[in-house]
Design a binder for this molecule. Sequence first.
Ligand SMILES: *Cc1c(COP(=O)(O)O)cnc(C)c1O
Length: 429
Amino acid sequence: MRPEELLALDRAHVWHPYGPMPGTDAPLVVESAAGVRLRLADGVELVDGMSSWWSAIHGYRHPVLDEAARRQLDRMSHVMLGGLTHEPAVRLAARLVEITPEPLQHVFLSDSGSVSVEVAIKMCLQYWRSVGRPDKRRLLTWRGGYHGDTFHPMSVCDPDGGMHSLWRGVLPEQVFVNDPPPGASCAGEGADPGYLAHLAEAVERHAGELAAIIVEPRVQGAGGMRFHCGCYLRALRELADAHDVLLVFDEIATGFGRTGDLFAAVGAGVVPDVMCLGKALTGGYLSMAATLCTTRVAEGISRGSVPVLAHGPTFMGNPLASAIANASLDLLLGQDWAGEVRRIEAGLRSGLAPAADLPGVADVRVLGAIGVVQLDHPVDMAVATKAAVAHGVWLRPFRDLIYTMPPYVTEDHDVARIAAAVVAAAEVA
Ligand SMILES: *Cc1c(COP(=O)(O)O)cnc(C)c1O
């Protein structure tokens, strides 16, 4: 197909994320991708600063992942998980149990992050129903979060960013507390006592109706790329325990090393009752997510009057995605992934530093392989994207943010190039 023809059909028929119909901005046509480079239809190559939304941690067309996919294709790309099972899914579940905190023992494999959050919420609500406390059915979260675009996850996204006003009367009304104090660590200063009191007051007041607290640990991603100290996660754990509330960590963006810890929960020294994983799970090859829970939650559900977890997506445990996820985990854990993330962190720190002096820049922050430049005004997305592309880099700014989370295989000179593109985009946007 000629590019003009392709773009005309795209505009007429293909929804893009958060887009109108017909489409308004012309997307770039990608012909192929390899390593950390996207190859466009016109032959231009761009270094990928986005890892296709946190997922392609090993880059594109990685020979190990390609080979795992081919080997699995020769056996079966899919069979149902109802009444059947297979090694790729079993191995993956066992592996996830092994690498996550010990109390998380049971794994529900689904097809996307939003669904894994739906499943996490269903687990919590059903747990309390099963143990005779059906009034515990609301969720508490802090503002500024993002948990997916289906309805229950949307109900715990930031009320403004998630446009809750549009959905009044449709979304379940959850309990919101203020977003956590900013800063990846509160270091010598310790946790903000005023904020701790605010959390405690809200949990105490709503304990009787709360099924769970759900948050993204350490990094609020699509809700605003904000970082917070692990001490607030420890506070949530203590409050949850004290008031008979479950704790859910959505590690869909933070999981698999992105923050410098394999899981943000581990770095913070907190074990949630339920944990969601997705995005980088298959190294960005296929859509797959997982919801892990403790034996207490699993057994609570299974002792209820409806003694099953009533959820079972068609493509649950998809063998092809599972096989690739297994290969991706082997690849990740078989190398010094933490060293690679630290290397990228150092590159982003030095490369993004010049942005702090630019007019219109409100904040520059880096945590693990995540680099963020926040402006004091909304980004002109078209202008910012164009500036990054002119630097040979693919970025997708949003709201007041120009940010990157590159693949872990990005070499130093490409990290420098990405950082320079972020700075250039901030300069013109
Ligand atoms: C992306 C994301 C989701 C949603 O995952 P999808 O696969 O897009 O449905 C949920 N929670 C967090 C923290 C995410 O970053």
